[in-house]
Structure formats: structure tokens, C-alpha cells
Design a protein around this ligand. Structure first.
Ligand code: SF4
Length: 187
């Protein structure tokens, strides 16, 4: 005898974008559909240099399961990723390497500074450590903590999703964005 199928009642479905709907149809605009797709299929590039990277491993593993957010596909090629997650101490010598990786990412791209070291140099107020990755690349979300717990990393990730969802398709061509890039010497 076959058993009844058990459904997980905790599964939440992503809401449909605003629009017009009636029996058998739904109409919305392209920007909302693209934002919905982008937000739920972010490919992260883990740029992990030290201990915060271990918290990231926990975030991706089964208990915290980053895959729930559609982000289980790690991209170790900058050209195919959407979000660079910088986790760990970044030595000044590594600053240009990080910047190079960022420049190789295609637009639209987002940046998350995970932990005190990536955000501000953390406890390493020394001549050799970059005092925050925002000295070399623009950052969208900072996650505090030394190290941040996986819950904090997930919270940061959801804030990135909010940004992705709210971003208009034309933002990357705006004067404001060009000005931001120019501030970092990026054309
Ligand atoms: S913030 Fe703390 S846990 Fe994270 S890399 Fe720096 S020292 Fe390690």
C-alpha cells in the first residue's frame, strides 16, 4: 500500500510580483520579473582568507543551508558570479588582487564584507592589514562580528537580496553609479 505524501509545511513560496491578475492570467512588468529571478538565483564567490571563511562553510552546510535562498551554486570564476563575499583578513598586498577579482565580475555585481576584518581590519590595526575592503572596492552590505555567526551571514545575504530586488534595471547606467565607480578609479 502506498503511503500518503508528506509535505513540509514550513516551506515558504516566493511571492509573485505586483501586477494585474485575473482568472488564468497575470501581468506585471519586466523589471519586477528580472529582479525576482536575480534575487533568488545569486551565485556567490566566496573570497575567504581566514576564520570567517569557516563560518561561511557552516552557512552553506546542511544546518543553515544557504541553498534555501537559491545560492548554493558557488562560483569560483568571477565572470560567472553575482556576489563576492569577502571573509577574512585582507593584507594590503592582497588588496590589488581583490580589486582585480572584482573588476573581472560582470555587472550587475554586489559585494558583502563579512566580519570585522573585511569590514574594518578588525583587531589587526597594523601596517600590513587593509583597514576595510571599502578602501579598494565599493561594499553593499557589511556583516559585523568576529566571527559573525551563520545567522548573521544569512541576515547579510537577505539584505543583499533586498538590494537586488529593489534595484532598477537602469541603476548601473545612472550618473550616481558612475560617480561611485569613478570614486574607486573604475571606468
Ligand atoms: S573577523 Fe575575526 S573571525 Fe573573522 S577573519 Fe577576522 S579575526 Fe577571524
Amino acid at each position: 500500500m502506498s503511503r500518503p505524501v508528506q509535505f513540509n509545511t514550513h516551506v515558504k513560496f516566493e511571492g509573485i510580483p505586483e501586477g494585474y491578475m485575473g482568472e488564468g492570467f497575470m501581468a506585471t512588468n519586466l523589471e519586477k520579473v528580472v529582479s525576482l529571478a536575480r534575487k533568488n538565483s545569486i551565485w556567490p564567490l566566496p573570497y575567504a582568507t581566514s576564520c570567517c571563511g569557516i563560518e561561511f562553510m557552516a552557512t552553506v552546510a546542511s544546518h543553515y543551508d544557504l541553498a534555501r535562498f537559491g545560492a548554493e551554486r558557488m562560483s569560483f570564476s568571477p565572470r560567472q558570479c553575482d556576489l563576492i563575499m569577502v571573509m577574512g583578513t585582507i593584507a594590503k598586498k592582497m588588496g590589488p588582487v581583490l580589486r582585480q577579482v572584482y573588476l573581472q565580475m560582470a555587472e550587475p555585481r554586489w559585494v558583502m564584507a563579512v566580519g570585522a576584518c573585511a569590514s574594518s581590519g578588525g583587531i589587526f590595526d597594523t601596517y600590513s592589514v587593509l583597514q576595510g575592503i571599502d578602501q579598494v572596492i565599493p561594499v553593499d552590505v557589511y556583516v559585523p562580528g568576529c566571527p559573525p555567526r551563520p545567522e548573521a551571514i544569512l541576515d547579510g545575504f537577505m539584505r543583499i537580496q533586498e538590494l537586488v530586488n529593489a534595484e532598477g534595471l537602469r541603476r548601473r547606467h545612472s550618473d550616481q553609479y558612475k560617480e561611485l565607480m569613478a570614486g574607486y578609479g573604475i571606468q
